[in-house]
Design a protein around this ligand. Structure first.
Ligand code: ZN
Length: 324
């Protein structure tokens, strides 16, 4: 940790480092975003170029609001960190960062304290701070995107797991023997039924048996399946019902194990909420309800794309000792 700590500075730098894009923002103590930038994540394989890109985005944000000094920074990575949250141990979309001492490389350049956090964990913090889970202390925030991730907050604190690997909801198993092959090497993971990738796969597999569908194999995306579903396309509606049913089983499992107060669902696929909500709730009620016991609330996320950035900002303000 660098010794320079400008505690009087009134903005932190929050960055969400994705495999494709890098987003950065300057955020104050109340969660107001004062400047925001989005750039391409450097495509060469050098971790130093990722560090430099983050510095450049921070400087651009600072320049736009005329701020020279920042309080701290928090950078989100799409992967797993070591137990000290300093070294990236797994990052399928940014393999150059693996085993690289990312935290100290960033602190050397930024000259302020820098935290690293998993992106799904930070989204949960963001939704708890300023979003759909405000006021709750036991929260699970599920992100449905290309994959499926989850951030878990228990008794007001992030639960990262003993080895930093908790929240891998996307790779919980639904059909280990006959399910579709997942990129993790196993079969039948939740991610194979409830992600954008899964929506496209299911559409491709079922196209030939639905002659009345408006969908075609050309440039098929989850968004196109969603749009077809809104128009009443029977194949698209069936796919989203399948997404909802599997997601509902996954949520019921989480409720049965962890007993959360609130489950928040965000990410791009959550835009299809109206198409999967019914099938999801049906499974949750069937598999997780208990007589005379209140049921966890299940809600769509409120912070949108900024949940991670806001969570990162909150972690930076609380120096990683996150507790509401
Ligand atoms: Zn998997």
């Amino acid at each position: 940790m660098t010794e320079i700590n400008n505690s009087s500075a009134n903005l932190v730098f929050a960055a969400d480092l994705g495999g494709t894009h890098l987003r950065g923002a300057l955020v104050d103590r109340c969660g107001v975003i004062h400047a925001q930038r989005k750039e391409q994540t450097p495509k060469d394989s050098s971790p130093q170029s990722v560090v430099q890109a983050l510095i450049d985005v921070a400087h651009e944000c600072q320049h736009s609001v005329g701020v020279e000094v920042l309080h701290a920074a928090c950078v989100l990575v799409p992967g797993t960190l070591d137990t000290a949250n300093e070294i990236v141990t797994q990052a399928p979309n940014l393999p150059s960062l693996i085993r690289f001492n990312f935290k100290s490389a960033l602190e050397d350049k930024f000259r302020i304290p820098v935290l690293l956090e998993n992106d799904a964990n930070a989204a949960a913090v963001g939704e708890m701070w300023l979003g759909a889970a405000r006021g709750a202390r036991n929260v699970i925030c599920i992100t449905l995107g290309t994959g499926v991730g989850a951030g878990i907050i228990l008794d007001g604190k992030l639960w990262r797991g003993t080895f930093g690997t908790a929240g891998e909801l996307g790779h919980t198993t639904f059909d280990a023997f006959n399910g579709p092959q997942c990129k993790c090497g196993n079969r039948g993971c939740l991610e194979m039924y409830a992600s954008a990738t899964a929506i496209v796969r299911m559409a491709r597999e079922l196209l030939s048996s639905h002659t009345d569908t408006t969908l075609s194999d050309q440039c098929l995306t989850a968004e196109k399946v969603y749009e077809a579903g809104i128009r009443g396309d029977s194949l698209a509606l069936e796919i989203f019902r399948t997404v909802g049913a599997y997601l509902g089983v996954g949520i019921a499992n989480l409720i049965n194990i962890l007993g959360p107060e609130v489950i928040v669902i965000g990410g791009g696929v959550a835009n299809g909420w109206t198409l999967f909500e019914g099938a999801m709730r049906e499974q949750v009620l069937k598999q997780a309800s208990r007589p005379l016991t209140p049921m966890a609330e299940i809600k769509p996320a409120l912070c949108g794309d900024n949940a991670g950035l806001l969570g990162a900002a909150h972690l930076a303000w609380t120096s990683g000792k996150f507790q509401i």
